[in-house]
Design a protein around this ligand. Structure first.
Ligand SMILES: [Zn+2]
Length: 289
């Protein structure tokens, strides 16, 4: 059982967990990879197939006997690579994947589980059912869900030059540009606000009116913000599902997100909030131009 040291004890599921963002998905990947890699699937149990898209019942026949080769991530999708294909799992708005001891009773909102040889199972819980599970036998990156996505924010190819070239002539606000999955994946609302603050860029500035130099700063800020959240996430996944609805580790480090009316940590000017694309954006009117 040594391989199952990660999250072995059942964790109570909160009533309304926060939306998993890229750092939480990456933290999940690292945890389940340790527990799954090299293990053979002995059974696939589907308790309820009605997720965002119906889960294929045939998986109960397809998966047993296959070994897990690796667990990778593309954007917010987890790719569980097996001998004969890949499971593409998304956590949706409220989902979580956990490694639990075999025989753990089903909890409310548990939808499927993979049983593994030598004990343990991978269990999916999702109160809002926006999560998904697909099986592909070809290249998973060519699946319609994944094809057409922009680069990973932590990849080398994502840099200031890339952003500047994609932004040329664009009038869309920089905040929305940064959250466009075709431009770059996994930069959610919190991280977009925080990265723009760190780069000193006003969230409403037109994407085509940001200099190459500032784009270099912005790309670095995106990598830093996400990198810090991932680094903390590995040790505080439990906090990620706290009642507060926000990763406790990260909230203390936020400069602008949900801090409207409070003094800027850099200059003291009250942080402001504005609406962009039905999402709230937070910024410092003095530090961001
Ligand atoms: Zn400021």
């Amino acid at each position: 059982m040594a391989g199952f040291s990660f999250l072995l004890s059942p964790i109570p599921h909160p009533p309304s967990p926060p939306v998993p963002e890229l750092p939480e998905v990456e933290t999940t990947r690292r945890g389940i990879r340790t527990a799954l890699r090299g293990r053979q699937v002995t059974e696939f149990a589907l308790r309820d197939h009605r997720l965002r898209w119906p889960v294929d019942r045939a998986l109960a026949k397809i998966l047993p006997g296959q070994r897990v080769r690796d667990v990778r991530r593309r954007a917010k999708y987890l790719l569980v690579e097996l001998d004969g294909g890949t499971l593409i799992a998304h956590l949706g708005m409220s989902g979580s994947l956990r490694v639990l001891p075999a025989g753990t009773p089903w909890l409310k909102h548990d939808h499927y589980e993979l049983h593994l040889d030598r004990g343990g199972c991978l269990r999916f819980n999702d109160p809002r059912r926006f999560g998904s599970l697909h099986w592909v036998t070809g290249d998973p990156l060519e699946h319609p869900l994944l094809a057409g996505l922009g680069p990973e924010p932590l990849a080398r190819e994502f840099d200031g030059d890339y952003l500047a070239s994609r932004a040329r002539g664009r009038r869309v606000a920089i905040k929305q540009f940064l959250m466009d999955q075709r431009i770059v994946v996994g930069v959610g609302n919190i991280y977009a606000s925080e990265a723009l603050f760190r780069a000193g860029i006003h969230p409403r500035r037109a994407a085509g009116k940001v200099s190459a130099e500032r784009y270099a700063r912005l790309a670095a800020a995106v990598k830093a913000v996400l990198g810090e959240a991932i680094k903390q996430g590995g040790t505080t996944l439990r906090d990620y599902v706290n009642a507060d609805g926000m990763p406790g580790y990260f909230r203390q480090k936020l400069f602008v997100y949900e801090r409207d009316g409070q003094p800027c940590r850099r200059c003291g000017t009250p942080i402001r909030k504005l609406a962009q694309g039905q999402r709230s954006t937070y910024f410092c009117p003095a530090c961001q131009k």
